[in-house]
Design a protein around this ligand. Structure first.
Ligand code: 6CS
Length: 339
């Protein structure tokens, strides 16, 4: 009788444990801004894989368009409808003006090894930005690079004068508009969903993006002149709703952080050589495409316009932005001196 009691107590405990584990097993919703197989999607898939292999939780991924534009998925995350979101600083300017720092031209180095080292080590990236995102109810989990920015246009532009009267689409942040003004163009902020159509109908005459995205979004079909200006890197950011994150157990928070690190390492491998592979696909798919790599003298002319954009960044963001910029430069200096 006593044994029977013991067995049933044990069975009850096992059942209770199973029920509590099941009850705690959740499906976390994660939205990003890109298509299947693109950089943000690879990141999301790796994050999901880590979570699902190391816990009972599931991750459901939503890609571009399934839940709206970038601004929509950010709103849904702040409202707690989504648990995770990948939104690029290019769209975060209204919410966190300091995130526009990535659009000061020629601030970032172009060499990939240095860029990656910067993302790994930078205090501005890993300490200062999480505080800025936290003020907006967001737990910043990772910032990572996707690829070097390349301009596409209706002509192979090589000078600021060449951009005169050209409407160049920019992501929706004011500092990026200042950059293209400084470059001599007419900046035109648009959400992603409108870019292909606007190029096709000549409402705009160009845009900027990393090569993998120009290939994936087939932008070269309607904007075939690729111009390597070397003025910056496309950076993105992955984060969680902060209430959701704060309510996780310490173990789960560690799981989420480890998943974000795991996905970051996968992305570093994924983007290595991606631009070259994408460029090959583009040139194989279209004979209209031209590739222009600005030489040092041509770059110098665009670069000479960078200080005015930096000044605008400081005016837009005040003391805090200035301090962030100084930290950013110190961090860059450290990784560049090691080169
Ligand atoms: O240009 C854009 O809007 C898009 N570019 C990339 C590389 N990712 C997502 C973003 O929406």
């Amino acid at each position: 009788m006593r044994d029977l009691k013991k067995t049933s107590v044990l069975a009850g405990a096992v059942l209770a444990f199973a029920v509590s584990t099941l009850a705690n097993a959740a499906t976390w919703r994660y939205a990003h801004e890109e298509y299947k197989g693109d950089v943000q999607d690879v990141y999301a898939e790796k994050f999901k894989q880590y979570i699902e292999e190391n816990s009972k939780h599931k991750v459901k991924i939503y890609r571009f368009g399934e839940l709206g534009e970038s601004d929509d998925i950010m709103e849904q995350t702040q409202a707690g409808i989504l648990q995770f979101v990948n939104q690029s600083p290019g769209f975060t300017g209204a919410l966190i003006p300091e995130a526009q720092i990535f659009f000061i031209p020629y601030l970032m180095p172009t060499d990939m090894t240095t860029v990656i080292e910067f993302f790994r080590k930078s205090k501005a990236i890993n300490k200062d930005f999480p505080q800025l995102y936290a003020e907006q109810g967001l737990e910043l989990l990772k910032m990572y690079p996707e690829g070097e920015m390349v301009v596409t246009a209706d002509e192979p532009v090589t000078t600021p004068e060449g951009f005169a009267n050209k409407k160049i689409r920019v992501m929706t942040n004011p500092l990026l508009s200042s950059t293209y003004e400084a470059f001599g163009a007419v900046p035109t902020p648009l959400p992603w969903g409108e870019v292909y159509g606007a190029l096709q109908t000549n409402m705009i005459q160009g845009q900027e993006n990393p090569i993998f995205w120009i290939e994936s979004g087939k932008l070269y079909e309607v904007s075939p002149n690729l111009i390597f200006t070397r003025h910056g890197w496309f950076t993105t950011a992955m984060m969680a709703n902060q209430d959701f994150y704060d309510n996780l157990s310490a173990r789960e928070q560690k799981l989420v952080r480890r998943a974000a690190d795991y996905a970051f390492e996968a992305i570093i491998k994924h983007i290595d050589g991606l631009a070259d592979r994408s460029l090959q696909k583009i040139t194989a798919a279209s004979d209209k495409v031209t590739v222009t790599r600005l030489d040092e003298a041509q770059i110098a002319r665009f670069k000479s316009r960078a200080p005015q954009v930096e000044q605008t960044f400081v005016e837009m963001t005040g003391k805090r932005g200035k301090a962030l910029l100084e930290q950013f430069k110190r961090d860059l200096g450290k990784v560049m001196e090691k080169e």
